[in-house]
Design a binder for this molecule. Structure first.
Ligand SMILES: O=C(CO)[C@@H](O)[C@H](O)COP(=O)(O)O
Length: 231
């Protein structure tokens, strides 16, 4: 079972490269076995071209490494905070994909401008606040998770499966590692479209709530047309 998860998480990481979301080693995907309370994540700083399923690192939710000879991804504490706080998620992804990172570096949330966005994100993709100097000097990666959780106090992470961390980049999640990759791809495309939208019309406003509801809820609501996406 854990071997299957290692294989799945390895494949999810390879798919980040396939979809052009990562340069060098800039990104990471993980998955969790909720019954065992164990997460599997890629090792830190290992080139995607050489990475193998057996290189995946296994940790418990306290951050103790229970399997693997390599160091876990440097972003592991952020992934752990998300697993601890968002109990419905089974996979997390972080990338430095160009357009999503540009919005994050600008400190701007991505407004819902159209139906492509509304099919996946129920409202803006929020951007977190900047970390304080104390947070940066302290448990930095854990604090990164905390500012994400803070942003979701009034949001459902299943309705908004991703976030921009100010000055850093996007994190996304889903029911498993592959779903989290899927949302990372969607987020990058939405970021690109939103950028072009603002270039075409600097006065553009977020879409009407009615149209947002129509698109999101028919796909994800209780009467979802696409049954597999029911919340
Ligand atoms: O955010 C960062 C670094 O700023 C990371 O995403 C790294 O670029 C990838 O690190 P590893 O997963 O290889 O440790």
């Amino acid at each position: 079972m854990l071997e299957d998860l290692k294989q799945q998480v390895w494949q999810a990481n390879m798919n980040l490269q396939k979809h052009g979301l990562v340069v060098f080693t800039w990104g990471n995907a993980s998955g969790i076995d909720r019954e065992k309370g164990l997460i599997v994540i890629k090792p830190s700083g290992v080139e995607y071209d050489t990475m193998q399923p057996e290189d995946m690192v296994v940790l418990d939710l306290a951050g103790n490494q229970v399997e693997g000879n390599l160091r876990p991804s440097s972003d592991t504490p952020t992934h752990i905070v998300l697993y601890r706080n968002f109990s419905a998620i089974g996979g997390v992804v972080h990338t430095h994909s160009t357009c999503a990172t540009a919005w994050a570096q600008a400190g701007k949330s991505i407004p819902a401008f159209g139906t492509t966005h509304a099919d996946y994100f129920y409202g803006e993709v929020p951007c977190t606040r900047n970390l304080s100097r104390e947070e940066i000097q302290g448990e930095y990666e854990e604090e990164t998770g905390n500012v994400i959780v803070e942003k979701f106090e009034q949001r459902n992470p299943l309705h908004v499966p991703g976030v921009l961390v100010a000055n850093h980049g996007p994190f996304s999640w889903g029911k498993d590692a592959h779903d989290a990759v899927y949302h990372a791809v969607v987020l990058e495309e939405l970021a690109k479209m939103a950028f072009y939208t603002c270039s075409a019309n600097s006065e553009v406003k977020a879409m009407d709530q009615l149209l947002l509801d129509k698109h999101f809820l028919r796909k994800h609501g209780k009467n979802a047309y696409y049954g597999q996406n029911k919340l």
